[in-house]
Design a protein around this ligand. Structure first.
Ligand code: UDX
Length: 442
């Protein structure tokens, strides 16, 4: 059975969720305050790069199951299932999450809900937010006994957004146990095709659902910083962190995923989410437990400085007069996202210290230019490397992993390569006469 669904916020999370809910057969209205963004989406164009999503978007617009609007009135009239998928960025000058967009959706939508409706929060929020929003919903709605708020966190990864939404590892639903309502039944209907695949479906209280999401991200960040701390030890001892990660990864309790040492994590989620977690724990008086996450954050930031130092050394001890080619600007491959991107941060630092930095990324050029207009941007990998004293691979795009050392040798001034993602085979590069430096490997 299909549902009438409104999705508030048509950024990464919202646009993906709206398109994927339509793909499941529901009638979906995407709602945003940004008319320009909606016009693009309605024309079947994505304002960001996400493999596979444009097709889902276009197919469902054509099938008449997916539309977009700026009107909350239209959304309240049309839908009885509402998903809140707006951003919760880091607050300016603070660690905490900025909840103004989530608040704004509830404040605008609630007064328009005159009949039975379930509002599912999907945004990543500190524990306690859902309970507060549930109260606001009841206070502001003309039908307080017929509206309900539940929390249904999203775990999607950029680059795998469609797969992660249509075939998630699990579905988590937080409900207000003191006020049994229809949220679980409604979620079972909305996610019916997923539940038929026997995807685990966990019903929790509101705070647990909120914390599941932040804890999952904190764990992933910890795993990356753990292996990067080990990389520091490997550097001091001459050991190889990549082989070490393979070896410990065979232990099923550890697992090989998220054990790639390198320049560390970035993006729109992990960095801001662990900081919001630290801020929330502090407010709740559980701050000490989070000394760990502060360390995770500082290990991560340290990798960026380390990379800059490595490049300085490779350039002979100073950046003045050194030409550096930076391959990769996105925070990870198969994405055009440069939010808190370690690659761009490193490129920027080197430029500010006097290097001539030339950047190339297959998808993130436009976003990188906007964020860091003073860097030089090249038309392709070979032009970026033209005359370079140091080549740095900072995002492991396949086209960079596949670069042939002999071909690249013709364009550079010095055959020096720094592999910030340990994604190249050192033997191949060294045999071709290059000086190869990786992270935590000899
Ligand atoms: C992440 C979570 O994975 C996802 O579940 C959550 O919903 C949102 O945040 P995403 O930001 O898309 O997703 O990126 P992810 O694939 O997790 O990578 C995060 C960062 O960690 C990237 O900068 C990546 O390069 C880095 N990383 C990842 C490593 O440095 N080493 C690894 O082994 C894995």
């Amino acid at each position: 059975m299909s549902s009438q669904i409104a999705v508030f916020g048509t950024g990464y999370l919202g646009a993906t969720h709206a398109a994927c809910m339509a793909q499941l057969g529901h009638d979906v209205l995407g709602v945003d305050i940004d008319e320009g963004k909606l016009a693009k989406l309605a024309a079947g164009e994505l304002p960001f790069f996400e493999p596979g999503l444009p097709e889902v978007l276009r197919d469902n617009i054509e099938a008449g199951r997916l539309r977009f609007t700026t009107s909350y009135e239209e959304a309240a009239e049309f839908a009885d299932v509402h998903f809140v998928a707006v951003g919760t960025p880091q607050k300016q000058g603070e660690l905490a999450a900025d909840l103004r967009y989530v608040d704004a959706v509830i404040e605008s939508l609630a007064p328009l809900l005159t009949g039975p409706a379930v509002v599912f929060g999907k945004s990543t929020v500190p524990a306690g937010t859902a309970a507060r929003l549930a109260d606001r919903l009841r206070v502001l709605s003309p039908a307080p006994d017929e509206v309900e708020l539940a929390w249904n966190p999203e775990f999607l990864r950029e680059g795998f957004a469609v797969k992660d939404t249509l075939h998630p590892d699990r579905i988590v639903l937080g409900v207000d146990r003191t006020r049994p309502g229809t949220a679980e039944a409604v979620a079972r209907q909305v996610y019916g095709p997923l539940l038929e695949e026997h995807i685990p479906f966990l019903i929790t209280d509101l705070a647990t659902a909120e914390l599941v999401k932040t804890s999952a991200n904190a764990f992933l960040a910890t795993k990356i910083s753990f292996i990067n701390a080990i990389a520091e030890v490997c550097e001091a001892t001459g050991a190889d962190v990549s082989v070490l990660a393979d070896a410990i990864g065979y232990d099923a309790r550890i697992g090989r995923k998220f054990l790639n040492a390198g320049i560390g994590f970035g993006g729109g989620c992990l960095p801001k989410d662990i900081r919001a977690f630290i801020a929330m724990a502090g407010e709740l008086g559980a701050g000490q437990a989070f000394a760990l996450l502060r360390e995770v954050d500082s290990i991560n930031m340290r990798r960026r400085n380390k990379m800059v130092e490595l490049a300085r050394e490779a350039g002979g001890g100073s950046f003045i007069g050194t030409r550096v080619a930076v391959l990769g600007a996105a925070f990870k491959p198969n994405s055009d996202d440069v939010r808190d991107s370690p690659a761009l941060n490193i490129a920027g630092q080197m430029q500010l210290q006097g290097a001539a930095v030339s950047v190339y990324d297959p998808e993130a050029m436009q976003n990188a230019r906007q964020q860091f207009p003073t860097l030089q941007y090249a038309a392709d990998a070979f032009s970026a490397c033209s005359g370079a004293d140091v080549v740095m691979i900072l995002t492991e795009w396949k086209q960079f992993v596949d670069l042939a050392p002999d071909e690249l040798a013709g364009t550079v001034r010095q055959k020096v390569i720094i592999d910030g993602r340990n994604c190249l085979d050192p033997t191949i590069w060294r045999n071709a006469g290059w000086v190869y430096r990786g992270v935590g490997r000899p």
